[in-house]
Ligand binder design. Structure first.
Ligand code: AMP
Ligand code: MG
Length: 403
């Protein structure tokens, strides 16, 4: 295996190793933020029939043309028609039906006059203003036609998509399954924030940032807690984590004397695809498969763990959940501060992007050490600096990804 791979190559390796999971049928109320696994065609017209878009009077345009407040048209009112009722009369010359929004258009009517332009008693209505012919009508199928595709496969289901599915009578929808993602933290020095007597410990933040990132990418996080730096314990926890669809570990993956994660993976038929990526933060990241389960061993430093998740795990989870767009859009911005970096290493700075400026500007969040988690919580973007760059100055153009 080649030593350090470049970021783009590592992303290709990961994406070639994973595929969309199977589909499941879920009720609409559980389908928000899921990804459709089917094309859906409308089984009815929307609207079902011609109906009124206003509360008013259904009329024949020929009767009311030229009406004004000086010269109102007087029509006989045949009935009052609520939404959901069928008209009992047809509109003949000189007549009107009082009609509510959504009620079916009576035969003979071609226009609805808004109630605001009329005055009426129980039997007759005066029309003071004639709208253009066919005003205030909603035509059968003007929104959706029977047979028309209203949802494509691989679409993220937002509230609007759920509404469209409901309106064509689809109570359930086929979506891609969500991957269960096991998350194991490692380190003798690490304790959970809820553990008793954790005063002298470094608190486990990675499990929580990673669980949040997993959930945002459409996965289901399964927390496996913190394993001490012991081969037997790590081996057993890894083995149980491999029952999930994806396994993520943090820490213990570098070249320290007590970094046992790689060694333990090798004892579990691990097929490594890469060990080190030419990037900062996060270069010691291992990726491979145990049977079909993708395993990401991320570095322990909190920022490195988040950034490597963003670059490698997130696109994989998006692909597994059926998405086609796997990467964040890139935005061009002007850097406000400067920095120096090592040539050959792709570098991801944490930044604050301001899109109120034209062109957009971006400023780093201050100290950029891979342990400084505040640099992530203050940031709204990652600034992506290419392998080739060595020095950046205020005013330089950069590419950023909103996170
Ligand atoms: P390692 O990769 O195990 O050498 O860890 C690198 C650094 O990240 C060390 O300072 C660890 O204490 C820290 N670290 C490792 N795991 C976690 C975690 N789960 N939460 C917060 N910090 C961690
Ligand atoms: Mg460690």
């Amino acid at each position: 295996m080649k030593q350090a791979v470049q970021v783009a190559e590592a992303q290709d390796i990961v994406l070639n190793a994973v595929a969309a999971l199977g589909a499941e049928k879920v009720p609409l109320r559980d389908a928000l933020q899921r990804v459709s696994a089917e094309d859906v065609n409308a089984s009815r017209d929307i609207p079902l029939g011609d109906n009124s878009a206003m509360d008013g009077y259904a009329v024949r345009y020929a009767d009311v043309a030229g009406s004004s407040s000086q010269k109102p048209t007087i029509l006989d009112v045949l009935e009052i028609l609520p939404a959901g009722k069928t008209p009992q009369h047809q509109i003949a010359p000189g007549t009107a039906i009082k009609i509510m929004t959504g009620a079916p258009l009576p035969v003979g009517a071609d226009t609805v006059v808004q109630i605001e332009h009329t005055n009426a008693d129980d039997f007759r209505v005066a029309i003071y203003e004639a709208p253009p012919i066919t005003s205030n009508l909603r035509r059968r199928g003007e929104d959706i036609h029977t047979g028309e595709c209203v949802l494509r496969q691989h679409t993220l289901l937002r509230p609007a998509e759920l509404g469209v599915l409901a309106s064509v009578g689809q109570a359930q929808v086929w979506v891609y399954q969500r991957p269960r993602v096991a998350i194991l933290a490692t380190g003798d020095e690490i304790a959970d924030p809820g553990d008793p007597d954790n005063r002298d410990k470094i608190l486990n933040s990675n499990s929580y940032t990673l669980a949040g990132q997993v959930a945002e990418a459409g996965g289901v996080p399964v927390l496996l807690g913190v394993a001490p730096d012991r081969r037997d314990v790590i081996h057993d926890r890894l083995a149980s984590g491999l029952r999930a669809d994806v396994l993520i570990t943090s820490g213990g993956v570098s070249v320290g004397q007590f970094d046992f994660v790689r060694e333990c993976l090798n004892g579990l038929d691990f097929e490594a695809r890469f060990h080190t990526v030419a990037m900062r933060p996060g270069s010691p990241i291992t990726f491979g498969l145990v049977r079909h389960v993708p395993v990401f061993s991320l570095p322990g430093n909190p920022v490195a763990s988040m950034v490597t998740f963003e670059l490698f795990v997130r696109p994989a989870l998006l692909k597994m959940t059926g998405h086609r767009e796997l990467f964040r859009p890139r935005i061009a911005a002007v850097l406000q501060d400067g920095m120096e970096k090592r040539r050959g290493v792709r570098t991801f700075l944490r930044g604050v992007l301001s899109q109120d400026d034209t062109p957009p500007t971006v400023t780093t969040t201050g100290p950029q050490g891979s342990g400084i988690l505040r640099s992530m919580s203050l940031a709204n973007c990652l600034i992506d600096i290419s392998e080739e760059a060595e020095r950046l100055s205020p005013g330089d153009p950069v590419a950023v990804m909103r996170i």
